[in-house]
Design a protein around this ligand. Structure first.
Ligand code: DOR
Ligand code: ZN
Length: 344
């Protein structure tokens, strides 16, 4: 049995860091493991300008504890009114590396998101031209669509027509949760990739309802049936190179989760890599963890892989029931449980 595993230092290709006191509280959990992270722009107000992204980046770096080494990679929040020149200028000067598509109403702070994909066709055309990746929250949002079907419907109604209109667009299907999305990405060209979260590898929708409502298992896209979880596990561990690590760690105060209208989001940053290691071990694919966590993402983003190494050891670690979240406690993923691996 493998008991120690040394790999290149990984990156997190999908992360919510928030702002202010909560950001300062959660940032060290990510920086402890990951060298870089794609930082989501769904603040309130959202990060729609390069100026706002640069200022947010500075706030993140200012909150980073002494001696920690971490690079935030910023993203633009697309709206119906996004100016292609703003997006291109911020990409050209290195302020941001990608733009995020939130269909309006899809999730936390998405009310300024895109109401109809056709409205951003000029922006997408420019991104295609300059090679800037489009990161999609891949769900349709119409009320009449069942919440468990929203990702699959996005493929047919949005992704396929969009990628036909923009044949060179670089596209990341974020946090995939279904067999449909896994097959769509696996069958697509090299310019299409996907991120996968720990929770969508480890829980199915039963976790949300087991023994009562479990708000800490609720995120968007919502966890699906077991057959989908198994398909997503196969995609993550199969070594295709098109699926890479993106935690979608999304902290909310305990009180905002345990509420009559609980927020969507799972705070998995504290033990993310440990959770992925469990999955790869269970699938007999520990030898592929490094590609998923540390190589395939940088290749897609055209960045060098990290040179530093980290070591995971097979030693049980307890997950605290809650963590300090900048004034209010936050409940982490797998709270009160045990992880089989830990960072050495
Ligand atoms: O569960 C989620 N939480 N999904 C998202 O897409 C957004 C995120 C958040 O920002 O809380
Ligand atoms: Zn997210």
């Amino acid at each position: 049995m493998t008991t120690r595993l040394t790999i290149r230092r990984p990156d997190d290709w999908h992360l919510h860091l928030r702002d202010g006191a909560m950001m300062a509280a959660v940032l060290p959990y990510t920086a402890r493991q990951f060298a870089r992270a794609i930082v989501m722009p769904n603040l309130s107000p959202p990060v729609t300008t390069a100026k706002a992204a640069a200022a947010y980046r500075e706030r993140i770096l200012a909150a980073l504890p002494e001696g920690m080494d971490f690079t935030p990679l910023m993203t633009a929040y697309l709206t119906d009114d996004t100016d292609p020149d703003e997006i291109a200028a911020g990409f050209a000067d290195g302020t941001w590396v990608a733009a995020k598509l939130y269909p309006a109403g899809a999730t936390t702070n998405s009310s300024s998101g895109v109401t109809d994909i056709r409205k951003i066709d000029a922006v997408v055309a420019r991104m295609e031209e300059i090679g800037m990746p489009l990161l999609a929250h891949g769900e349709v949002t119409h009320d009449e669509v069942d919440i468990f079907d929203r990702e699959a419907r996005f493929i047919d109604e949005v992704a396929i027509p969009l990628l036909k209109r923009h044949r060179a667009l670089r596209f990341v299907f974020e946090h995939i949760t279904t067999k449909d999305a896994a097959e769509f990405v696996a069958g697509g060209s090299e310019r299409i990739a996907a991120t996968i979260t720990p929770q969508h590898l480890q829980i199915n929708r039963n976790a949300i309802f087991k023994g009562g409502i479990n708000p800490h298992a609720y995120c968007l896209p919502v966890a699906k049936r077991e057959e989908h979880r198994l398909a997503v596990r196969k995609a993550a561990t199969g070594g295709s190179g098109k699926f890479f690590l993106g935690t979608d760690s999304a902290p909310h105060a305990k009180s905002a989760k345990e509420s009559a209208c609980g927020c969507a989001g799972i705070f998995n940053a504290p033990f993310a890599l440990e959770a992925y290691a469990e999955v790869f071990e269970e699938e007999g694919a520990l030898d592929r963890l490094e590609a998923f966590a540390s190589l395939d993402g940088p290749r897609f983003y055209r960045l060098p892989a990290n040179e530093e190494r980290i070591t995971l050891e097979r030693v049980e670690t307890a997950v605290p029931a809650s963590l300090e979240g900048g004034g209010e406690p936050i409940v982490p993923y797998r709270a009160g449980g045990r992880m089989r691996w830990r960072l050495a």
